[in-house]
Design a protein around this ligand. Sequence first.
Ligand code: SF4
Ligand code: SF4
Length: 502
Amino acid sequence: MGIAASVLKRFHGGIHPDGHKELSERCAIEPMPLPKRLVVPLHQHLGAPAEPVVKEGDKVFKGDLIGKASGFVSAAVHAPTSGTVIGIEERPVAHPSGLTMPCVVIESDGADAWNPELKGIDDPLAPLALDPAVIRDRIKNAGIVGLGGATFPSFIKMSPPRDKVVDLLLINAVECEPYLTCDARLMEERSQEVVEGIRIMLHALQTRACVIGIEANKPEAIEIMNKAVAGNSDIRVVTLPVMYPQGAEKQLIEVVTGRQVPSKGLPVDVGVIVHNVATAVAIRNALRLGRPLVQRIVTVTGHGIARPANLELLIGTSVDDVLAHCGGLKPDTVKVVMGGPMMGLALHQTNVPVVKGTSGILALLRHESSGKKEHACIRCGNCVAACPMNLVPCTMAWFAKTDQIELLPDVDLFDCIECGSCAYVCPANIPLVHYFRFGKISWQAKERENKKRELTKQRTRSREERLQREKEEKERKKEEMKAKMAAKKATGGTAKVAREEA
Ligand code: SF4
Ligand code: SF4
């Protein structure tokens, strides 16, 4: 099948943070009672926000389109339950700056009724008879995005450029972020759905090999998936050593295939398409059940939550409702994070909705949370050794901190995947990723400013050139007029003399 069983490499750097998976790994997936109200952001994917196609007062079924994709890199948004649209308004969402975003607010009618026109197909083999273009369209219309957290619209990944040969579909079931167990539970409880999703993707990509990468700390998931793929000679489960951030695309590809994605390149440049394991199930549900992406599995955990769980949640469910359903926060909780502890987002407030990219909600006590006092860098080099992208984090942070923004591209700041490995090992507790984000934003702002300045310069230059052209044209016309007048005068004079002589 192309990828030899022995090709297990190591990527540079990486760390071994405490897993804390035991808090929720035995918690079976459970649905949460239907919330009264759902707040669905129109922008919950990488790319342009969706445009609302409903208005206040509209009745909707579960699965109805409420926001249509507004560009190539964009994803549709659907009603997570049946009910009435009671507003399209700015609401707080999980955002690093605590910003609000346009959201469709739906009051549930309690029926949670799917649109009856959304039809499923009983036969699991039926999607495999569809044209790959039809499958891509259905994935697009279902609003499916990468559920590992990156939220890149999935249909784009399913449409590799014609000049690229894809010889491997790599299923990312690594779940290397500490605490999170939703992907492991999904594999343990819905392995056949995972395999169905993979079969559909292989058919759509016209690719003949698939590897499912799972870290060794999930033995049950490995065993169950091995059983589920038996009889599929083109799908193989690969057990990976436990290492963070192995779930990052470039690192996973290197470990499984030995291929290195070039800087600024994409997995498809080395013949690989990577999809998260939960995305495979979402694709299966879209093709087999005709259902768009309106719910996902979320791990609710951390020592600050009374009852850890793996919940199947409707998109738009409030984090407050989720925390209450899990028994509430313990009094000494210091931080609530959306996502994993390494790459997740610390929430400014908990009245924000669960979105397609929400893999976890963590309630952390002081000892689980960073937040120690920052000291000066001691140039120990730990961060350099830990960086999976071969960067020099201490220098990058120094340039960002001291406002030497123009030097940041020289140290490849934009190759940083913000995995947090460097900050994790830093003995000086320097919040390195914070500086990198600040550096990236400052660089982008500076670039925008430079472009604006260049545009103004160009406009001024064009105006001056136009004025000069107009001046020259005026002069030319003036000269022409003068010449005409002189000629006329001369011709008039000659005619007069001729008349007098006659
Ligand atoms: S956050 Fe960036 S600099 Fe730090 S280890 Fe990860 S990739 Fe390297
Ligand atoms: S790990 Fe921290 S203290 Fe050590 S070199 Fe990097 S930034 Fe400096």
